[in-house]
Design a protein around this ligand. Sequence first.
Ligand SMILES: Cc1ncc(COP(=O)(O)O)c(C=O)c1O
Length: 411
Amino acid sequence: MTIASSMEEAGFRPASRIASIGVSQILEIGRKAASLKAEGKPVIVLGAGEPDFDTPTTIKDAAKAAIDRGETKYTALDGTPALKRAIVEKFRRENGVDYTTDEVTVATGAKQILFNAFMASLDPGDEVIIPTPFWTSYSDIVEICGGVPVLVPCDGAAGFRLKADQLERAITPRTRWVLLNSPSNPSGAAYSAEDYRPLLDTLLRHPQVWLMVDDMYEHIVYDGFDFVTPAALEPRLKSRILTINGVSKAYAMTGWRIGYAGGPRDLIKAMAVVQSQSTSCPSSVSQAAALAALTGPQGILAERRESFRERRDLVVKALNEIAGLNCRVPEGAFYAFAGCAGMIGRIKPDGASIASDRDFTDYLLDSAHVAVVPGSAFGLSPYFRISYATAKSELEEALDRIAEACGRLRR
Ligand SMILES: Cc1ncc(COP(=O)(O)O)c(C=O)c1O
């Protein structure tokens, strides 16, 4: 053995389960934006995946009171009895779905719920159907858990929603799950009862396929959109649906790290096994805060929804006024997902041409100092995502700069 090869062996060798997972484009762009900021450039970052509001005071007070009561120890493995009862009540009250306390689970964020569920259910090579554009973590988590993401493109013309014939074509004997997210990060598109119906009918014909729904943005919907969840729409599928939700986005609690889900008892039990050997339980103090969020006054949801709606309208209108861009009006979440096909092939002031959505978003960052995320980061091009969970004045300034930068591109 040469010295060089023994040194090589001593170096870090990533496990194959993470070898194919690269650094996310979102992080790369964030890093670039931070370094431009450090150089003194007036960068506006429209990439945040979290509300810009603070956690409501009543929730913070509940957490402080829990600390003072000594609720600072390990809790029951997948949620305190009180929080589980509140979640059961939430599903009943808001979604019309009846779960029992042993059919709900609490984890350190909805992200850990996804991780627990896939870890508990996927064998190597099992397939998970994910419509694109999708929240990037979905496919990475599936891969880490040994599964195979099967990506199905759903473009703006289709309302960024999966259609039944696409689902039918994507199903194979290896399909374990279909993963739907409504309203969606990044597209903001949501599924109405009518949109869900043909998909649920398709699933009724394929008893080996389970449905995971991510309802994280349930409370951030506009224009009277009637939010529905599949377990309520189709009771015959309830025994193979995992309904995921959390407090991060609705109550501006991203840092508290509490997510939850309702689903069939055996799956919930298997997820607890995974959790027992990773985090043992979610934070006791955060669970007390989440309990206050779910059982306390809910008026804050409507107030904040209205503020997001104003910003959505501002952003979508400004984007559609720029020749070469088009933006569908999203039903929910706090993201606009705009098409930039009209910018592809245009020439930048330095003479180089824009060949992709990533080129376009790099150009916006370099020349307008506005950071947005290319559709390629979410599995669908050519698009880009703007998060409008930012002050109105910043949004206006950013959109002016985007318009000017687009105006400097030659055909
Ligand atoms: C669609 C979607 N699901 C789940 C999550 C994760 O939420 P949590 O903070 O509960 O882990 C996010 C966060 O960005 C999200 O956008």
